[in-house]
Design a protein around this ligand. Structure first.
Ligand code: PEP
Length: 258
């Protein structure tokens, strides 16, 4: 069974105090549910206040939006895996398309980050996805395989079960134009088939593959009804308590994937 994972990527939104108030609101409205895991990924500056607001019994886990691969040292402005771990993070988003496009991140660096996360017992959520031009040129499958290979090649098999993949077509992020179910399902099949070429079949089967890109309370049900889609990485809709709680509640009504 693959437990559904609902991840809110807050990006560069909410101060530490706004974040704490928001978390108080959603935790009161969102009971724990065995088939669904929820994660919030606030900015680094709000991790401490969100951890305090979540408390020790919350159904919601803490995630970060990025890390640097070294543990410590002269890397001005960077944050390491041990720092995130110490703040109570369980997950870390890596390779988001905004980091690739705006900050020049490439697969080799993303692989180093992924290894650092795993070495410190953080669960990486690896984001991959094609641009509109790549899709229109018929290159979607190749792009997904290249990004997977670039980030995952050579990892030790005992660590791969901690990894989640997020399929996020770049053209669907923040545009209000989500992928169709058929487009998402086809990409998820490509991803799982490629994982099965690198990993034992049971590890590829057990890996959660999330969809991300303009997920809303209106489309989450149809997305999660597919046996290929194991959850969602959510940007805009996770910033509002009503929409995040609605999405998580719909996910809870669907439950784990066989
Ligand atoms: C994202 O940035 O990962 C994302 C999916 O954003 P949105 O939901 O706003 O499209």
């Amino acid at each position: 069974m693959r437990t559904i994972l609902i991840v809110g990527n807050w990006k560069m939104n909410k101060t530490a105090s706004e974040a704490a108030a928001f978390v108080h609101e959603i935790t009161h409205r969102l009971p724990a549910s065995p088939g669904v895991e929820c994660v919030v990924a606030p900015p680094f500056t709000a991790l401490e206040s969100v951890r305090a607001a979540l408390g020790s019994t919350s159904a919601i886990h803490l995630g970060a939006q990025n890390l640097f691969w070294e543990d410590r040292g002269a890397y001005t402005g960077e944050i390491s895996a041990p720092m995130l771990k110490d703040l109570g993070c369980r997950y870390v988003i890596l390779g988001h398309s905004e980091r690739r496009a705006l900050f020049g991140e490439q697969d080799d660096g993303i692989q180093k980050k992924l290894r650092a996360a795993l070495a410190h017992d953080l669960k990486p959520i690896l984001c991959i996805g094609e641009s509109l031009a790549q899709r229109e040129n018929g290159n979607t499958e190749d792009v997904l395989r290249q990004q997977l290979n670039g980030a995952l090649a050579g990892l030790s098999l005992h660590s791969v079960t901690a990894i989640t993949i997020a399929y996020e077509p770049v053209w669907a992020i923040g545009t209000g134009k989500a992928a169709t179910i058929d487009q998402a399902v086809a990409a998820h099949r490509t991803i799982r088939a490629f994982l099965a070429t690198m990993w034992p079949a049971n590890a590829a089967d057990a890996t959660r593959i999330l969809y991300g890109g303009s997920v809303t309370p209106q489309n989450i049900d149809a997305l999660l009804r597919s046996d290929q889609i194991d959850g969602a990485l959510i940007g805009g809709a996770c910033l509002h308590a009503d929409s995040f709680v609605t999405i998580a509640t719909i996910a809870q009504s669907i439950g784990a994937k066989p």
